[in-house]
Design a protein around this ligand. Structure first.
Ligand code: AHR
Length: 646
């Protein structure tokens, strides 16, 4: 346990050397880590409301209920055309005989229900072929009592053996977090249906088939320097057959072959049998999201190894070619001219200009000599063709121990560009490790703190909470990241999203349900760092030492050359108010006042759907006298001061 101060400290002076620039802070410094875990993509940010829209789940009708007024064997058949279409083999065939509305139908339950908003437009679409024309589709949203929330009627007109797409929109007449969608068939005939879809019209940037605007907005508000995707362990897969293959996630939606999500069955204590990856949110959409929110894209690719906690399969080194080719082709997809094979795929999807990819990750939490051996093959091929692409490499699952030491030393021998470190640890660890990077090699590989989160209980415990203690400990630790900006070039909290009714892993940065979303205490720490990134680290000391736990204080400082401001971050991890003086040495003239943004709370305080801003930043002004600022830091507080240099 951390021993917090219980008696009042003497007033201290924290000296900031404004004219002694240390490291440049990379624009990528504070970013976000996205993984399709906790219903992060399907059922989360990907705004599709229909679960199992293409009937490809293991149980083809999972999420669907068939209604028949009169017994009619075979009226709804699941048909498999695997020989003809391996990516999307199943569809349903509906045969209606003199059906009136209400006689024969399907209901889709959505992902834990469908979140429906009053006055918002809903876009229904379906792929169909009509072997025997004569069927109308009545589409309606209903609440749990069966009350109609809006709907439309679709009359497919095309006949014959080809597939067609039809669409219709309607406006919802009420808000309901757990709606369902009914489709009633009317008439006489036979119709084949696939890709049955319903999207809200109010997606991010109003893109049809796009993302939940509230969730993207929370990311955009952070102004993250990068976005890592698509994980996480889903990159690796339980076995190699379930690894993430980016090529299966681009192009027409109906050709994106669904696979099971490894979080479906990973934790027996949190089974999620309806968790699959439809890849409606695929690599094109990730790149587009990165561009939208001004973040550098950081795709992570499978390195020829499945998750070492699961099957631990590896591909023989002599058979790595397709994996390496995936990496080279991805760079072409992101950056290639429209006349290249993969650049054309990007252009055909609506983005002829390049995405300007600068880095890729090879492997997620992979370890051992088997990783190094495979990584070397990737590094050689990528650097030969794209010498300017930086490679992010794995240092395994933990920030210390034999596994870490081995990888860290091998990677540094290889002159790795960026080493990805992960730490899921108790808050005490974060407080105690604020000096972690002070003695790292300065001129060698850069560090990417790629996944970290303070665990109020322990890793993968269902009891972990996003409380103010976890966030405060991360804020304290992050002063050490900023203070070592010459070593640490990127950092991201993990995981990012969790659905309140569909999570497997806690804690998480942002919690959502079908209609709402909120940033946790940890979110606001991340956001404050990112919005107050600065461009150049400068020294801040107390009694000639870095401020990393003395009197339960933690501090870092930087300059923002773009705005000509000094930015000081101070964490007071004690239960007492602390009044200290900040002396800004070397500043010619400072503004008479600056801004002070404070996050504070009791250690067990948490944000929630009902009180989303319980712990959130409060801004005020702070006086500047000559070169001195007196900061009254509240108990358990994170304080950010910005002062203009005149
Ligand atoms: O963030 C959750 C998981 O933690 C990631 O998928 C994995 O990389 C790590 O073990």
């Amino acid at each position: 346990m951390i021993l917090f101060l219980t008696s009042l400290n003497a007033q201290q002076t924290l000296t900031v050397k404004v004219n002694e620039p240390k490291a440049e802070i990379q624009p990528t410094m504070w970013g976000v880590f996205f993984e399709d875990i906790n219903l992060g993509a399907d059922g989360g940010i990907y705004a599709e409301l229909v679960k199992n829209r293409s009937f490809e789940f293991f149980k083809p009708l999972m999420g669907w209920t068939v209604h028949q007024k009169q017994f009619n064997e075979g009226a709804v058949l699941v048909v498999n055309r695997k020989e003809e279409n391996t990516a999307n083999p199943r569809f349903i065939r509906v045969t209606a005989t003199n059906a009136a509305k209400g006689d024969l139908g399907l209901t889709n339950e959505g992902f834990r229900g469908m979140g429906i908003k009053k006055d918002v437009r809903y876009d229904f679409s379906v792929m169909y072929r009509h072997p025997k024309a004569g069927i109308k589709l009545h589409v309606e949203l209903v609440d749990s009592t069966g009350k109609n929330l809006g709907g439309t009627t679709v009359t497919p007109t095309e006949t014959g053996g080809d597939w067609h797409k039809t669409k219709a929109s309607f406006t919802a007449n009420a808000t309901e977090p757990k709606a369902k969608m009914n489709i009633w068939f009317e008439g006489n005939g036979v119709i084949d249906l696939d890709m049955i879809s319903l999207f809200p019209g109010d997606t991010w940037k109003n893109r049809p088939g796009g993302m939940r605007a509230d969730m993207v907005q929370l990311l955009a508000d952070m102004k993250p320097g990068f976005i890592r995707f698509p994980g996480g362990c889903i990159v690796e897969g339980y076995d190699l057959s379930q690894r993430y293959r980016w090529k299966n996630t681009v192009g027409p939606l109906e050709d994106r072959q669904l696979i099971i999500n490894r979080w479906n069955f990973e934790f027996t204590h949190r089974p999620t049998p309806d968790y699959f990856q439809t890849f409606g949110l695929g690599f094109f959409e990730y790149f587009q999201l990165a561009e939208d929110i001004g973040a550098e894209p950081l795709p992570i690719l499978n390195c020829g190894m499945a998750c070492q906690f699961n099957s631990a399969e590896v591909v023989p080194v002599g058979e790595l070619d397709p994996y390496v080719k995936d990496a080279l082709d991805l760079i072409e997809f992101a950056n290639g001219d429209v006349n290249t094979k993969w650049g054309k795929v990007r252009a055909d999807m609506g983005h002829p200009s390049p995405f300007n990819l600068k880095m890729i990750g090879v492997g997620n939490e992979n370890w051992g000599p088997q990783y190094i051996e495979r990584l070397k093959v990737f590094a050689k091929a990528v650097k030969a063709k794209y010498p300017n692409i930086k490679l992010v490499n794995s240092s395994g699952t933990d920030p210390n121990g034999d596994r870490f030491d081995y990888l860290n030393s091998e990677l540094r021998k290889m002159h790795a560009d960026i080493i990805d470190e992960h730490y899921y640890r108790r808050p005490e660890w974060f407080f105690q490790n604020a000096r972690r990077y002070d003695n790292y090699e300065r001129k060698s590989s850069k560090v990417f703190a790629g996944e970290y989160a303070a665990q109020s209980d322990k890793t993968v415990s269902v009891n972990n909470k996003n409380n103010w203690l976890t966030a405060l400990s991360e804020a304290a630790f992050m002063t050490g990241l900023e203070r070592n900006a010459d070593v640490v070039s990127m950092a991201s909290y993990a995981p990012l999203f969790a659905h309140a009714e569909g999570w497997q892993w806690t804690p998480d940065l942002i919690w959502v349900d079908n209609l709402r979303s909120y940033g946790t205490t940890d979110y606001y720490v991340q956001k404050l760092y990112s919005l107050n990134k600065g461009t150049t680290e400068i020294p801040i000391t107390m009694n000639n030492d870095v401020v990393a736990g003395q009197d339960s204080l933690y501090a870092s400082a930087c300059i923002d050359k773009k705005t000509n401001e000094v930015i000081i971050k101070v964490v007071n991890a004690s239960p007492k108010e602390q009044v200290n003086t900040m002396t800004l040495d070397g500043a010619k003239k400072l503004a008479l006042q600056g801004t002070l943004t404070v996050l504070k709370g009791n250690l067990d305080d948490m944000n929630s759907f009902d009180d989303p801003q319980h712990v959130s930043p409060k801004e005020s002004t702070i006086g500047v006298k000559g070169n001195n600022i007196s900061l009254t830091a509240a108990p358990y507080s994170f304080n950010v001061i910005r002062v203009k240099m005149m």
